[in-house]
Design a protein around this ligand. Structure first.
Ligand code: PAF
Length: 274
């Protein structure tokens, strides 16, 4: 596996490898990231991954400083997973001192995580656009766990005419249903036990909506279930799967999305409806 830390090393790797599939990450890799690598590998092109904990997508009170970092362990996992290249840029390479450009988003970035975490999607879109310009992949793989992020990135790629195909990959879950996330390690044992109830509440709500139950009452019931599990729900919403606009009745494609605080951890999850 080629390890590139400078633009020159990345350019040499690109020349050697030709077209690549790309998996951008912030490190702290788990089986969800490896599923992205596996999906990318299955499509046939050599796979490039990046590791960069992007400061601009964290709010001032968020966990940038304590976000888990394990470069050596991550490189080892990428190598074992069959990655051809890992791009490890420094903060100065991604944001040189005179940087003055960031991406402003509307549409799918407006609500939900966009409201709860002001500036988050602008940070994500800006770093992803930079990574795409550096790596120049043919395809890029993103986990459906961050459903809104996938829609925001897809919208940005379409709007900026970027020559990359976005491929969403289904969420990888623990056996009890909890969606894998680098932040799950912050859960205490009792919180870890309660955490899968987010997925349970969402799947039950999706079934109820499909069975014709009233949407508002179903969402209210799901929020109650989360509160009973010790969570503080931020939102539980039925949305158009691509625009992320809230919908009050079942219009396809629809997605149920939710965020809830459990202790100090913000859990995110989503399921398809139909
Ligand atoms: O999903 C993530 O890990 C990050 O938001 C991403 C896409 C790597 C951008 O920093």
């Amino acid at each position: 596996m080629i390890i590139a830390r400078t633009p020159e090393e990345l350019r040499a790797a690109r020349d050697a490898l030709g077209p690549v599939s790309f998996v951008p990450t912030m490190g702290a890799l788990h089986a969800g990231h490896i599923a992205l690598i596996e999906a990318a590998k299955a499509a046939g092109l050599p796979v490039a991954a990046s590791i960069f904990v992007n400061p601009t997508q964290f709010g001032p009170k968020e966990d940038f400083a304590r976000y888990p970092r394990d470069e050596a362990g991550d490189i080892d996992q990428l190598e074992k997973a069959g990655c051809a290249l890992v791009w490890l840029p420094s903060a100065d390479i991604m944001y040189p001192p005179k940087s003055a450009t960031s991406i402003m988003l509307l549409g799918p970035a407006l609500h939900w995580e966009g409201t709860a975490r002001p500036g988050h999607f602008s940070g994500v879109a800006t770093v992803v656009a930079k990574l795409f310009s550096q790596v120049r992949p043919a395809t890029a793989y993103f986990g459906e766990k961050d459903w809104q992020q996938v829609q925001v990135v897809s919208r940005m790629v379409a709007d900026l005419c970027l020559p990359v195909e976005i491929v969403p990959v289904p969420t990888v879950r623990e056996v009890d249903g909890l969606a894998l996330s680098s932040r799950n390690r912050y859960l205490s044992p009792p919180e870890r036990k309660a955490a899968p109830r987010l997925y349970t509440a969402l799947t039950r709500a999706a079934q109820d909506i499909l069975a014709g139950k009233e949407v508002a009452a179903t969402l209210h019931h799901a929020r109650q279930e989360l509160a009973l599990a010790g969570m503080v729900p931020d939102y539980v919403a039925l949305v158009h799967a691509n625009t992320l606009e809230p919908i009050s009745g079942l219009v396809r494609p629809a997605r149920l999305i939710a965020a809830a605080k459990l202790g100090n951890v913000r859990l995110l999850d989503n399921v398809a409806v139909g």
